[in-house]
Design a protein around this ligand. Structure first.
Ligand code: AMP
Ligand code: MG
Length: 422
């Protein structure tokens, strides 16, 4: 299907042909995204204490068990009267008593008197208008109203005016934030039904990697990207288990065959490129993981491998820390949202802060620092770094800006999608 392309370009060298072949065999970012989103799964539901539910996806509607508010609620500290008397010109009211918040409802005994009332109290019976202390003078058991602008029934939060008892307040399928926690508490939902998080394994590979508390020898480095992935996934509510695979086929087989059965999603890093010891694609297929794509026409993250079994999804990212981090944000996060039953997140965009050029025919995920631009728009200032191994550069930047393939010059002022990671 792509052969005619070669013949159309007589100037290509043999290595040029080879390169073109590789480019043509790669999956586009759009296709990779589509494939990832076509391969999601639900991991069930569970009931958890409401105060642990922030960030989770609600699997039930939250209904008002009472009216919101449940009674005519005094909304200012002051006195309550019958407006009728104020209208007739009365300004001095004898104080009969005090209606506190949390006390049973009182009744004004004499129509021409008043009761002191506190915010949050039930409005006493036989009264209809609340006047705040700021507009009063209280002396010798009497309240004098100092202003003339008093409205009938003012400063009362009427029963049921926010929401009626029985009405749906929080829809099923929403992501629980502090706002929903407040509602859950109000309606007495101590336990909330939420979608279960997938069981995730984060797996590093490579003989060169040592633990964070070890001192690396000259030929070693501390493993960083699994922690970087775990920290990011942790922000999305995932508590992952960490594994490490040496570059040895037998060990990889042994550990992977177990992990594939015990986990819903595997986030792997390294071992999927062209190296002599990059065994993962071969072994994954050997273990029955169906490859859905390998190699995406993008930088960083070109060697990204994605596949699945009946019960597990395998995101095998390249080992370079910027690559695995980008792929996690760009592919795993939308997959997670979809799997949990959330609608896709509203794509964010930013204005490119200065001219930028990128030659290879790949989608380029440019690292940018986000600044406040004109008209309230974000501006992404390119901070390229030294390539996909330069994890220190991530500290300086906030997002990946997705520059489409098929062009090599990008102008300051153009708007592109951004994937924000902080
Ligand atoms: P690979 O994809 O296995 O060829 O690895 C590409 C580069 O990423 C190599 O320089 C590795 O040393 C590095 N690398 C792989 N895994 C990790 C890791 N967990 N933390 C830090 N660097 C890594
Ligand atoms: Mg490796």
């Amino acid at each position: 299907m792509w052969l005619p392309l070669f013949f159309k370009n007589p100037n290509l060298t043999l290595s040029g042909y080879k390169r073109q072949l590789i480019f043509l065999k790669m999956t586009s970012v759009e296709q990779a995204t589509k494939t990832v989103l076509q391969n999601t799964a639900s991991f069930g539901e569970e009931r958890i204490p409401f105060h642990q539910a922030t960030g989770r996806v609600l699997c039930e509607g939250l209904y008002a068990d009472r009216d919101f508010p449940p009674f005519d609620r005094v909304s200012m500290d002051g006195i309550t009267i019958q407006f009728e008397y104020f209208k007739k010109g009365k300004r001095v009211f004898k104080i009969e008593g005090l209606q506190a918040a949390g006390a049973p409802q009182m009744t004004l005994q004499k129509d021409e008197n008043c009761l002191e009332v506190m915010t949050g109290a039930m409005l006493p019976l036989n009264t209809d208008t609340v006047i705040r202390y700021e507009d009063l003078e209280i002396r010798n058991g009497q309240a004098t109203i100092l202003i003339d602008e008093i409205k009938d029934k003012q400063n009362i939060h009427r029963k049921g005016t926010d929401r009626a008892a029985g009405s749906l307040i929080v829809r099923k399928g929403c992501k629980i934030s502090a706002a929903e926690i407040g509602v859950a508490a109000t309606v007495g939902k101590a336990g909330l039904l939420v979608s279960k998080m997938p069981k995730v394994a984060i797996i590093s590979t490579g003989d060169e990697l040592v633990e964070v508390n070890e001192k690396p020898q000259a030929h070693q480095i501390r493993k960083s990207n699994v922690h970087n992935l775990a920290a990011m996934a942790g922000q999305w509510g995932i508590t992952a288990d960490l594994f490490h695979l040496l570059d040895e086929k037998e060990a990889i087989r042994r550990i992977l065959s177990k992990v594939l059965v015990e986990y819903d999603a595997l986030l792997m890093s390294g071992g999927v490129s062209m190296g002599k010891l990059d065994f993962l694609p071969e072994i994954l297929e050997e273990l029955g993981v169906k490859k859905l794509f390998h190699k995406v026409s993008q930088r960083p993250g070109k060697p990204f491998w994605f596949g699945r079994t009946e019960g597990a999804f395998v995101f095998a990212f390249p080992g370079n820390p910027v690559s695995s981090f980008m792929c996690l944000n760009r592919y795993f996060q939308p997959w997670l949202r979809a799997s949990l039953g959330l609608s896709p997140f509203a794509q964010q965009y930013a204005v490119l802060g200065k001219d930028f050029s990128f030659k290879p025919d790949l989608t380029y995920f440019l690292q940018v620092k986000l600044e406040n631009g004109k008209d309230g728009k974000w501006m992404g200032m390119p901070l390229e770094g030294k390539g996909s191994g330069d994890l220190a550069n991530l500290v300086e930047t906030d997002a990946f800006m997705e520059l489409p393939k098929g062009r090599d010059k990008f102008k300051k002022g153009e708007v592109f999608p951004v994937f924000v990671y902080r």
